[in-house]
Design a protein around this ligand. Structure first.
Ligand code: ZN
Length: 323
C-alpha cells in the first residue's frame, strides 16, 4: 500500500556526515546507506510515494550560522536526494502531486523551526521559492516566532510568528504544530488555514509533552488539520524506549474515537530518532504496520491513514485556490 510520510530528518544526518560530525562520510549515500532509516531502497521497499524532508538546525548552532546550516541542507536535498536519483521528484507546489508517475517518489521540503531565518522574512520567502511547503514555527526551544514545548515560559506566538502564519496561508504552506508550546498551538489554531501536526501522538495514551491533549486533537479535526503519527517509542508508550506496532495502534484507535478517521496519517521521524518501534525500524518496514492495521480497520480506512487522507486534504487546498 502506498505511503505518505510527513516527517524525516535525513537532511540533518546528511549534513552532519558532510561536516564529519556524529556520522562518517559513508552515510552520504542516499541510495542505500544502511545508516539512513530513509534511503531510496528503503522507501521503495516500504512503497513510500511521498516523503517529507525537514530542514532541522541543532539548537546549539550560533545565530550567525543557522542560515548557512539551512542552505547546506537544502543543497544536499538538491544534490544527493534529487540530483542522484532521477525517479525522486521534487514537489515544489501541491499540484505537482498530480504529475507523479508510478515508480516515482515525491519529495517535499519542510522547515522544522523558524530559527533558520531569524527575523528575516525575505529568507523565509527564499525557502518558499526553494520549495518549502510546510513550516513548523519551533523545535523544542524558543525562537523569535514562538516558544517550543520544551520552553518552561510556555509563551504563544510573537507578532513575527503571527506574520509567518499569515505568509504560510498566502503561500498555501502548512503551519506545523508539532513541537510548539500549548499556547502557541492555540494561536496557530486561530490563524492558520493549512494545519498539520507532522509528527505527534496523543497524551491520552502517552502523556509526553510532545503529544497532543484531546482538546487540541479535537480543535485540529474541527479545522480539518492533519495529525500524523510519530514512530518514536517515548512518544508512544510512557517512559519506554521500546514499543510495538500494537502500542502505536492504540494512538490511532484513540484518534479515531475522537472522529479522526479521515484526518490522520504517518510522520515517522525516521533519521531523527534513536529508538524504534519493533518491526518498524526504517521506511522499508511500512508493510508490517499496514498489515497489522488491516486486522482492525477496513482497507478503505487504512488507505486513508496511509496516503488518502493527506491527498484529500491537498485536493481541498488546490481546489480552493481555483475558486
Ligand atoms: Zn521533530
Amino acid at each position: 500500500m502506498r505511503i505518505i510520510d510527513t516527517h524525516c530528518d535525513a537532511l540533518y544526518k546528511l549534513q552532519m556526515a558532510q561536516r564529519g560530525k556524529y556520522y562518517d562520510i559513508e552515510l552520504l549515500n542516499f541510495k542505500n546507506s544502511s545508516q539512513l532509516d530513509t534511503n531510496v531502497e528503503r522507501l521503495e521497499a516500504g512503497q513510500v510515494m511521498v516523503q517529507f524532508f525537514a530542514i532541522f538546525i541543532e539548537p546549539d548552532v550560533s545565530f550567525d550560522e543557522k542560515w548557512q546550516h539551512a542552505l547546506e541542507q537544502v543543497n544536499l536535498f538538491y544534490t544527493e536526494i534529487l540530483g542522484k536519483n532521477r525517479h525522486i521528484k521534487h514537489l515544489k507546489k501541491w499540484s505537482d502531486l498530480n504529475d507523479l508517475q508510478d515508480g516515482e517518489i515525491g519529495a517535499v521540503l519542510t522547515l522544522e523551526g523558524a530559527d533558520a531565518f531569524g527575523n528575516d522574512v525575505m529568507k523565509l520567502q527564499t525557502l518558499y521559492r526553494l520549495g518549502v511547503l510546510s513550516v513548523g514555527l519551533t523545535w523544542n526551544n524558543a525562537n523569535l516566532c514562538a516558544d517550543g514545548i520544551g520552553e518552561t515560559r510556555g509563551g504563544g506566538l510573537t507578532s513575527l510568528g503571527k506574520k509567518v502564519v499569515e505568509l504560510n496561508n498566502r503561500n498555501q504552506v502548512f503551519t506545523d504544530v508539532s513541537h510548539l508550546s500549548v499556547n502557541g498551538f492555540w494561536d496557530v489554531i486561530e490563524l492558520a488555514d493549512y494545519l498539520i501536526a507532522s509528527h505527534s501522538n496523543v497524551r491520552a495514551i502517552c502523556d509526553h509533552p510532545r503529544n497532543l491533549y484531546d482538546d487540541q486533537v479535537e480543535a485540529m479535526f474541527v479545522k480539518s488539520g492533519l495529525i500524523q503519527l510519530v514512530f518514536y517509542p517515548p512518544f508512544i508508550k510512557k517512559g519506554s524506549d521500546t514499543a510495538s506496532i500494537t502500542d502505536l495502534i492504540k494512538h490511532i484507535d484513540h484518534l479515531c474515537s475522537l472522529g479522526g478517521v479521515e484526518n490522520i496519517g504517518f510522520g515517522s521521524d525516521f533519521d531523527g530518532i534513536s529508538d524504534y518501534v519493533t518491526d518498524l525500524e526504517n521506511a522499508s518496514k511500512y508493510p508490517n504496520l499496514i498489515n497489522e492495521l488491516l486486522k482492525f480497520y477496513s482497507e478503505d480506512e487504512v488507505k486513508g491513514f496511509a496516503y488518502r487522507n493527506f491527498l484529500n486534504k491537498i485536493r481541498s487546498i488546490t481546489f480552493s485556490s481555483c475558486d
